[in-house]
Design a protein around this ligand. Structure first.
Ligand SMILES: [Zn+2]
Length: 196
C-alpha cells in the first residue's frame, strides 16, 4: 500500500480562548452537517481512549449547524468538511486545521474528509457506503486527526512531537494501527493549556 505524507497545517490567529476555570472535562461538539460519516459513535469510541491518555474525559455533543456558541466554557466545535483543503489555501494532503480566532468564544477544528479517506487508501465515498472494515478504519483515522487538532487548539505552543498522535505527518500506519502513543510532553502541555 502506498504511503502518503500527510501534512498537518495549523493556523494560529490568536491566543487560545479555551481556558476556563476548574475544568474537569473537555467539551467537544461534533458537527457533520453534510452527513459525510454518520457513524459518530465509532469516532467517539476511538477518540475517547486517546483523550483519556491525555488526562481528560470528553463531554460530547452532536451539533447540527456550525454556529458560534454563547457559552464561555471550554468548548471546541469539530467540523467534518466535504471541501478540499486546497480550497482553503492549504496543502492538498492536510487532514485538519485549527482556527483560533482572537476573542472568539468558540474555537473550531476542521477535518477534511477527502484527504482522510485518501490517506487510508480509500477513494471518495460517503461513510454510509463504506464496507464495515473501511468504516472502522475511517472512523479511527478521523478520531486521530481530531485528537491531533484538538491538542493544537488547547496547547497552541506545543506544536509537534517526534512520534505518536502529535507527529507532524500522520502516516497510514499511525492512522490505523491498533494504538497510538501520547508522549509525555504532549500530555503535560495539553493539561497545562486546559487547566491553567
Ligand atoms: Zn499538527
Amino acid at each position: 500500500m502506498t504511503r502518503r505524507m500527510v501534512l498537518c497545517v495549523v493556523i494560529l490567529m490568536g491566543a487560545a480562548t479555551l481556558r476556563g476555570e476548574d475544568l474537569r472535562a473537555l467539551e467537544l461538539v461534533w458537527l457533520d452537517s453534510h452527513g459525510l460519516f454518520p457513524d459518530f459513535e465509532r469516532v467517539r469510541s476511538e477518540a475517547d481512549p486517546i483523550f483519556r491518555d491525555l488526562g481528560v474525559t470528553v463531554r460530547w455533543e452532536v451539533g447540527t449547524d456550525p454556529r458560534p456558541s454563547l457559552k464561555e466554557e471550554a468548548r471546541i466545535q469539530v467540523v467534518l468538511m466535504p471541501s478540499e483543503p486546497s480550497g482553503w489555501g492549504l496543502s492538498a494532503n492536510a487532514m485538519g486545521v485549527v482556527l483560533l480566532p482572537e476573542r472568539s468564544q468558540q474555537d473550531s477544528v476542521y477535518l477534511f474528509y477527502g484527504p482522510i479517506l485518501r490517506n487510508v487508501g480509500l477513494g471518495r465515498k460517503a461513510g454510509a457506503m463504506l464496507e464495515p472494515r473501511a468504516r472502522r478504519d475511517v472512523g479511527r483515522a478521523i478520531a486521530r486527526v481530531l485528537v491531533h487538532e484538538v491538542v493544537h487548539a488547547i496547547a497552541p505552543n506545543l506544536f509537534h512531537a517526534d512520534e505518536g498522535v502529535m507527529h507532524d505527518a500522520l502516516l497510514i500506519g499511525a492512522l490505523l494501527q491498533r494504538e497510538i502513543e501520547v508522549d509525555r510532553r504532549t500530555k503535560e502541555e495539553f493539561l497545562r493549556g486546559l487547566f491553567e
